[in-house]
Design a protein around this ligand. Structure first.
Ligand SMILES: [Zn+2]
Length: 243
């Protein structure tokens, strides 16, 4: 029993001695360490103290006010909702099914493509225009991003061509329309064609579109009036289907 009692005491003494030594070491080491870190610590403290002061005196009151919380919540909800809506709309347009246009609607000896949802409307528009003596054809319809890249890279004036990935043609909903000659009220494929031209607005077909295209769901994307909004020059031949 006695031996058993002594052992812990010895151990206790030994255990206490070691921390004592460490303390002494630390005591002598401390001033040097403190001196080294005094300057940066002082600067940091000053900055954080000022910030803390500012927080408790002014910012906390503002941050905790109900009005600000409601405003932040409203802004966050609006931002998320508009982002989701935009992405959904964009995805919907990019995922449209693409189909071939009829030979009558397409530019001579080509088969243009368009979004399936717009096809019956543009074909009806062209058919009805023809009944009224107008001859319209689709010079350009759906374009892949790769096709848009080719057009963009080979364009002399790049300001007139949409950057790949941003063209309305890549959705399949936009068409570039041209006029075509008619003989006795029928499209004349042997006659001289009117290619995509900058003065499409001078043709009677353009005037007809202005009066009638909306009935078929088409509108001119880039007009003189919306240039500042779209940042693009007016294109009288470029029409987009809205659904
Ligand atoms: Zn176009």
């Amino acid at each position: 029993m006695k031996k058993g009692n002594l052992t812990p005491k010895k151990n206790g003494k030994t255990k206490k001695a070691a921390p004592g030594l460490r303390k002494a070491e630390e005591h002598f080491a401390q001033p040097a360490e403190t001196q080294k870190s005094e300057k940066p610590a002082g600067k940091k403290q000053g900055f954080w103290a000022k910030l803390k002061n500012l927080w408790y005196n002014k910012l906390k009151k503002i941050a905790m006010s109900k009005k600000l919380k409601i405003l932040i919540a409203v802004v966050l909800v609006a931002a998320v909702a508009s982002g989701v809506f935009y992405l959904k709309a964009e995805k919907r347009e990019r995922d449209l099914k693409i189909v071939e246009l009829s030979a009558r609607a397409s530019y001579l000896n080509t088969t243009k493509e368009i979004a399936a949802v717009a096809k019956p409307h543009i074909e009806k528009l062209i058919q009805d225009a023809e009944r009224e003596g107008m001859c319209l054809i689709v010079l350009s319809g759906y374009r892949t991003k790769e096709r848009q890249e080719l057009i963009y890279n080979s364009a002399v004036d790049k300001s007139k061509v949409a950057y790949p990935g941003t063209s309305e043609h890549e959705t399949g909903l936009a068409v570039d329309l041209g006029g075509c000659p008619m003989i006795d009220g029928v499209r004349n494929d042997d006659g001289q064609r009117l290619e995509l031209r900058n003065d499409f607005e001078t043709l009677p077909e353009y005037q007809w579109l202005l009066s009638n295209a909306a009935k078929y769901g088409f509108s001119q994307s880039y007009t003189e009036g919306n240039q500042t909004k779209t940042g693009k020059p007016a294109e009288s031949w470029h029409w987009k289907f809205k659904y």
